[in-house]
Design a protein. Structure first.
Length: 297
């Protein structure tokens, strides 16, 4: 796996070009209906959920996406979107990442609908009937969630948000990546998914710097948090105005006491709540065997 870290950006571009004809799939966000700040740390480690947040009369509303991306997430989003007029709506993300291929699939759904994206935690105000929901900016978008953020036609990241990246890896060996064994087929799977991710990144208007930053951080190191300069360098941010994605909505950074300490959230940790997601690994690339190997695209 040292090969993955040593390849330069030119190498990633070549891999992406070679995989140009391959359909992408994967994503990293879960949509939850009005998650409160206190519970969001655990909710973003559960399977992704989607919810519509209404804030009439002066605000159209938005989609709350909280949790990790699994193989079920693209279908869950399709079910959520059915019968709704979501074109041009904003998705508010709070996610620890998830499956590479499923994140790519979900990201393409977002772009086809012309969705806008940002990072935050939806809060339902309880200060009276006239109070509208708000968005707390102290939220996390990690690993493949970052590439889901990239799917927005317009993208805004508040100053208090945490956007973090690292390498993709074999999902079943990310917990102890250096001690695990890898075959030539494993390397093929990872490189194939890097190619898919590279093509997706450029299709979404992202810069090669995003791939370079992410693919230089192995899973045994803390995720790299992008600073304001890197958010612009990678083209993750297209606007500095929250009103471009959430007009007439209160966006604020809540008191730090409401959040857990800012330590690295390790993929693979089990949340205390019941019904954890199928996987919290960066990639869910399963090793095919027999005839399945020949048919996998």
């Amino acid at each position: 796996m040292k090969l993955l870290k040593s390849l330069n950006l030119r190498g990633w571009l070549l891999v992406g070009t070679a995989a140009c004809g391959v359909m992408l799939a994967g994503a990293v966000a879960t949509f939850g209906s009005s998650a409160r700040a206190g519970g969001s740390l655990e909710e973003r480690k559960l399977s992704m959920k989607f919810g519509w947040v209404a804030c009439d009369p002066n605000c159209r509303g938005w989609v709350s996406a909280v949790g990790i991306i699994t193989a079920d997430t693209p279908k869950d989003f399709d079910d959520f979107a059915r019968g709704r007029q979501l074109g041009g709506a904003t998705v508010v993300l709070d996610s620890s990442g998830g499956s590479v291929n499923d994140a790519i699939t979900l990201g393409r759904r977002f772009r086809n609908l012309g969705l806008l994206t940002t990072v935050g935690i939806t809060q339902q105000n309880r200060d009276g009937q006239s109070a509208r929901p708000a968005v707390a900016s102290e939220a996390y978008c990690e690993s493949m969630c970052v590439f889901l953020l990239l799917a927005g036609k317009k993208r805004y990241v508040p100053e208090a948000a945490h956007v973090r990246v690292h390498q993709i890896w074999m999902g079943d060996r990310a917990d102890d990546a250096r001690a695990a064994s890898y075959s030539a087929q494993d390397l093929m799977i990872v490189e194939r998914d890097i190619g898919r991710l590279a093509k997706y990144t450029f299709d979404m208007g992202g810069a090669g710097d995003l791939l370079s930053l992410a693919l230089n951080v192995p899973p045994w190191e803390d995720l790299h948090e992008l600073d304001a300069g890197e958010l612009k360098l990678t083209n993750l941010v297209t606007t500095d105005l929250v009103a471009d994605v959430l007009p007439h909505v209160d966006v604020s950074a809540p008191a730090m006491a409401e959040f857990a300490p800012k330590t690295q959230a390790r993929f693979g940790e089990e949340p205390e709540q019941p019904q954890p997601a199928k996987s919290t690994k960066t990639a869910e690339a399963l090793v095919p065997t027999g005839a399945a190997a020949a048919s996998q695209k």
